[in-house]
Unconditional design. Sequence first.
Length: 277
Amino acid sequence: MATLYLVGTPIGNLADITYRAVDTLQTVDLIACEDTRVTQKLCQHYEIHTPLKSYHDHNKEKETAHLIELLQQGNDIALVSDAGLPLISDPGYELVVAAREAQLRVETVPGPNAGLTALMASGLPSFTYTFLGFLPRKDKEKVEVLKQRMYEESTLIIYESPYRVKDSLQAIARVDDERQVALGRELTKRFEQIETGTPKTLMQMIEREEIRLKGEFVILIQGAAPEADNAWFEDLTIHEHVNYYCEQGQKPKAAIKQVAKDRQMKTGEVYDIYHEV
């Protein structure tokens, strides 16, 4: 039976790849990758001559079926991202689901992860953590997510573009300007940098160019105990609170029930207020 291999690749330093990963990439029939140009550099470095096939967010609907067909024909395929682990804020979820539904073998070949790499050296609590991936681009939605998540006893791990790091720090400060935050950039490379401080301190370092806005960033936010007077929805009206859950995909009935739970109210009371009964 053919196998779909999920292969971890370096997040910066090309030496950070396992012997097993190189062997897998050399022996499979095809490598599915985000950007063939990026993966080609890795292949050239390790003398990997396996054919490459582009697989990314813009073609995954079409290519998932094609890759499943190739697997069913007996071809072993390795899935890689540009850096780190496939599926972790990168393409691959649909392919894995389709492979499992087709009862094909799926095997992992572990490798580096940017979020955990930054967490190890950040000085922030590492016992419990939550990976959020990328925050919403719009400021209002970004703040709403942070209000909900920053009052959990878990360090938050976030990926961010260098073009939106400052916006994200400002959003964090709006929720809690004294919270400890870490920024990680150029991880595993020569100029690796992991700085920890308040949002204001980190913003000042950016302004002084002590932290350069270059390369992908990892943002870590120290967790905090939930506090009733710091509930993320405290500034929302009942209407806004219900609409928030509706915008997340919940039906009005379920949203009203969730709001009642959040606010420790009776569902009927929330229903009456929302529908102005």
